[in-house]
Every structure is written in C-alpha cells, then in structure tokens.
Design a binder for this molecule. Structure first.
Ligand code: KIV
Ligand code: ZN
Length: 529
C-alpha cells in the first residue's frame, strides 16, 4: 500500500516520513538499575558501541550526582565522536553548571534539565507551587541555553500524571525559553497506549510551538507497556524516543531500544518513520551491555533473548522450512546474529586476534592485548575453535579489569563428599598480595569467605548464577553474583575456563564495585532520585 499514511480519524499522520531520533539512556537511567555500577572504562566501551549502533544521542550520566558520574560523562564527552553527548541536570543552578562542565568538550553537547509537573510531586517531593515551577523552568532553561546554545532538552517529570493544562503551560514556557527538545516522560510507567497517543496529539494541538522543536517521549515499563506507549507516541508524531539497551532502567526499566527499533522497521508500512539504527549491531550491543552490567537477558525477551529466533514446535518448524515468512517476521541476521561464528584456532597469532577483535568493535592494545592473547592461547589450547562469543567474553574480562582495585592472584579449593571444603586465596591490591582462607559450607561458599577474609569486606550473597558461553563441555563458564553490602547491592561477573575461578573473580569484582562506588560517591552514595 502506498500514499500518505492516515490516522483512524482520516487525517494525515503528523511527521510521516520524518526520521525518529534515538536517544539512548542506558548509561544514565539504565545505570540506575539496582546493582549496576559501571566504571569509566566500561561506560566508554558501551558509548563507542552505541555510536556503531547508530544512536543519535547518548545520555552519558548525571554529573552532579557524584564525582564518579562527572568523570565518566566528561570522559565520554572528550573521547566519543559521532553522536550528541548529553548530561542530565535537575532544574538547579549548580546541577546545570556541573553538567555543562562535564559535557562542554563534546563534539555535540546537550544539557538535559528536568523538573516535576504533577501535583503529587509538587506537593510531596519538590514542595513548590505551579507558579514557582513555571518560573523555575524559564530561569533554568535560559541558564542552560546560555551555556549550551542550540541544544537544550527539557523534561516535565511525571508528565503523564500531570494536569494537562499545566503541563502544556510548562512545555510552552520551556520552548519560549529556548529548549530545542521537549520530553514527555511517563516516569512511573502509569499510562496506557490508548491515552498516551492522544496526550501527545493534545499537546501538539495546545502548544503549537512544539512543531518547531523535537518532541521526545521517555516511557518506563512498570506495566510492561513502555514500548507500546513509545510507539503510540510516535504514531502521533513524537520525533525522539528515549530508550535503553535490553530495556535497562529504574525499576522495571525503560523502553527497550532493540524492540522500538525493530518494531519501527518491521512495521514501517504502518508507522512510516525511518530509523537510523544499524540493526545488525543490535545483538552485539545487547551482549556487551549484558556482559558489562551483569544483567542477564531473559531467554524469551523480544529481539535479543536467546529463544527469540528459535522455532520449537513441529508445525512452526515445518512452516519455516517450507517458507520462512510463514512464522518469521524478521531474520536473525537482521540483528547481526549468526555471522561468522568460528573465528580463530590455536595457531592464530596475536595480530589475527587483534584484527578479529577490531572487527568485533573491540579495541585492545599494549598490556591488555598481551593479557587477552595469553588468555586466548589458554582457551585455544582447550577448545579447538574460538568463536566470536568467546572473544567478546574474553575482551569483556580485560575491559572489566581495567579499573579493578583487587585482583585474584591465585586460589585453591579442596572439596568432596564427607569433608569440609577448604579454600585459600591470594588477592592483589596495589602490587601487594593479601592472603585469605576459610573452611566452611560448600566449595563456593568457602572460596567467597576466603575472599572476604583477604579483602576485609563481608558481602551477603544475594544471587549466584553460572552459565556456559557456548555449547560443549569445553565452553567458557560465566558467573554472575549479586552481593549486598551495607544495604546496597553490587553485581560482579567474570568468565574463565574453570567455573571456580570465574566464581572467585566475579565475587572479587562485586567487592571492587563496592570500593569504587564508595570512592566515587564519597560519604553519601544516595542517588538524587
Ligand atoms: O523517568 C523520568 O522521568 C526521567 C527523567 C529524568 C527524564 O528519567
Ligand atoms: Zn526515567
């Protein structure tokens, strides 16, 4: 079918044919998921991959929340090219100035400032009148524009529970004060597609100035509707979608980038909104984010779950064998799955490893490359073929270790039937080895207790998972742990040929996160919201 796309009311669709701006908030809202704490190196690696994925804007963090966040946003602004780098700031003068300091060296910087507009937030959280919020919006957007002319985003927090007349007044004031992107967040994931689409339509009607700026939506997934709401808004003309890889984000997360991108692409016939995302990078980006954050992707997750392209039932398999389109609306290859799986063998050299890593978008040099090569040889001696998945896992280890304070030097564990497991570890900190030992419970428990003994932090184990990276008994083993220390959770993840070694390293990594978080946030590790 061709010709102008119509809404159900018979009107042409607003902004039909206009490309959708992809604003990725994996490193900001995504990083607010419990247990995630990425270090600067990990954030840089993800930011570079987001550029390869083709996102337009990277929300790199919230610089005023901690020196660690500031440093990461600044590093991304200075190093990453090819996308706008955005920092978040409350409508507070010091937040906005700090944000600008962090992003000012970016190729294309953006300040994103926000204030709540719902009565519930005004009364109970920010304790301001509507008049005060209007005035604050104007003053803070003007300040942001004076620092970062031409690219300021304003968000009306809790927009979907706000009085629509007041919301429209605030958005108009923000545009009049110079904001170039206006965001309508469903902060608590409350809205339904049948009301969010019409809300966007109403805002366009009541605030005609919105036609001159980018209109964004930022949907949370508390009712499982983040992607549906995002698409409902796009169908009413919204021009920017705020998304995160694997749907990471506060509580139930944000709209998943991969789902929004593929829905727009697969249903281009209906939505008619071009997408600049390089979809063949989706699978790799999802794995990288999962590896570095320690957040596993559920097997039946749309687009990137391991079963997303697996046909199990006989009828489906029969249909697909006869004609793929019987049960397939997209191909695994569309998201970059199944490309050149077998990559290297035990005779491959350092140079071959480096060029294959570069092809996978991973840049290691110097000591990191030497170390990756040593590990590669170790793996290649045990496995005949080293796959792209093995290489990604191996490189992930190098990236994660970059800023580790504690590292495993060696471990020993003896366990068996009718004996109490015995563990000894040597943990290196600043060149010196700290020994630890334990005799208790199971073998994993005893190794974790030996590490507590060496490091001097006692973590409560909240979760422990093991999986294989590829199939086969010789597969690398990946371990993920979540550890609670002083009421906060920290994730750690590691990959090794031996699962006990991977367990020890994952646990040490979680304790590294505890130490780094404390250093980065100082005495007060509380988030602003
Ligand atoms: O959910 C939300 O409202 C936010 C804003 C800061 C945009 O994350
Ligand atoms: Zn949010």
């Amino acid at each position: 079918m061709s010709g102008p796309q119509m809404t159900h009311k018979g009107k042409p669709r607003r902004n039909a044919g206009v490309p959708v701006v992809f604003f990725d908030t994996t490193l900001r809202d995504g990083e607010q998921s419990p247990g995630i704490s990425l270090n600067v190196g990990e954030k840089l690696e993800i930011a570079h991959q987001l550029v390869r994925l083709g996102v337009d804007v990277i929300e790199a963090g919230f610089p005023a929340t901690s020196p660690g966040d500031f440093e990461a946003v600044q590093a991304i602004a200075r190093e990453v090219r090819g996308a706008t780098v955005c920092g978040l700031a409350r409508c507070v003068e010091t937040d906005i100035r700090t944000c600008w300091d962090a992003i000012k060296d970016a190729e294309k910087p953006r300040i994103h400032t926000f204030v709540s507009t719902s009565d519930i937030h005004l009364e109970h959280q920010i304790k301001k009148t509507r008049e005060e919020v209007l005035e604050l919006t104007q003053r803070m957007v003007e300040l942001a524009v004076s620092l970062c002319p031409g690219d300021v985003q304003f968000s009306a927090m809790d927009a979907t529970r706000s009085d629509v007349d007041f919301l429209a007044a605030v958005l108009r004031r923000a545009v009049q004060s110079g904001a170039t992107t206006i965001n309508v967040p469903d902060t608590v994931g409350y809205t339904l597609p049948m009301e969010f689409g019409p809300l966007i339509e109403t805002l366009y009607e009541r605030v005609p100035e919105l036609a001159d700026v980018v209109l964004a939506v930022h949907c949370h997934n508390d009712l499982g509707l983040a992607v549906a709401n995002t698409l409902a808004a796009v169908s009413q003309g919204a021009t920017q979608v705020e998304v995160s890889v694997n749907g990471l984000g506060e509580r139930a997360g944000n709209a998943a980038l991969e789902e929004v991108a593929m829905a727009l692409r697969v249903r281009q016939d209906l939505l008619d909104r071009p997408v600049g995302i390089v979809t063949t990078e989706i699978s790799r980006t999802s794995r990288m984010v999962s590896n570095l954050t320690g957040y596993e992707v559920q097997p039946n997750k749309a687009i990137v779950g391991k079963n997303a392209f697996a046909h199990e039932s006989g009828i489906h398999q029969d249909g697909v064998l006869k004609e793929r389109s019987t049960y397939e609306i997209m191909r695994a290859g569309d998201i970059g799955l199944g490309e050149s799986d077998i990559v290297l063998g035990k005779h491959s050299g350092r140079h071959a490893l480096q060029s294959r890593l570069v092809e996978l978008g991973i840049h290691l040099s110097g000591n990191e490359l030497d170390e990756a090569f040593r590990r590669f040889k170790e793996i290649a001696d045990k496995k005949k073929q080293v796959t792209a998945l093995d290489l990604e896992a191996l490189a992930g280890e190098e990236i994660r270790e970059r800023e580790d304070i504690y590292r495993l030097n060696h471990f020993y564990v003896a366990a068996g039937t009718n004996m109490i497991p015995t563990s000894q570890v040597g943990v290196r900190k600043e060149g010196a080895e700290q020994p630890g030992k334990a005799f208790s419970g199971g073998s994993v428990e005893s190794i974790f207790r030996a590490i507590d003994d060496a490091v001097g932090i006692s973590g409560k184990l909240m979760d422990y998972r093991v999986r294989s990276i590829t199939s086969g008994k010789d597969s690398l083993g990946e371990v993920r742990v979540v550890v609670e220390v002083e009421g906060r959770t920290y994730a750690g993840q590691a990959v090794a040929i031996d699962v006990m070694e991977a367990s020890a390293k994952a646990y040490i990594r979680a304790l590294n996160n505890v130490t780094q978080q404390k250093e980065a946030t100082g005495a007060n590790p509380e988030r602003v919201f």
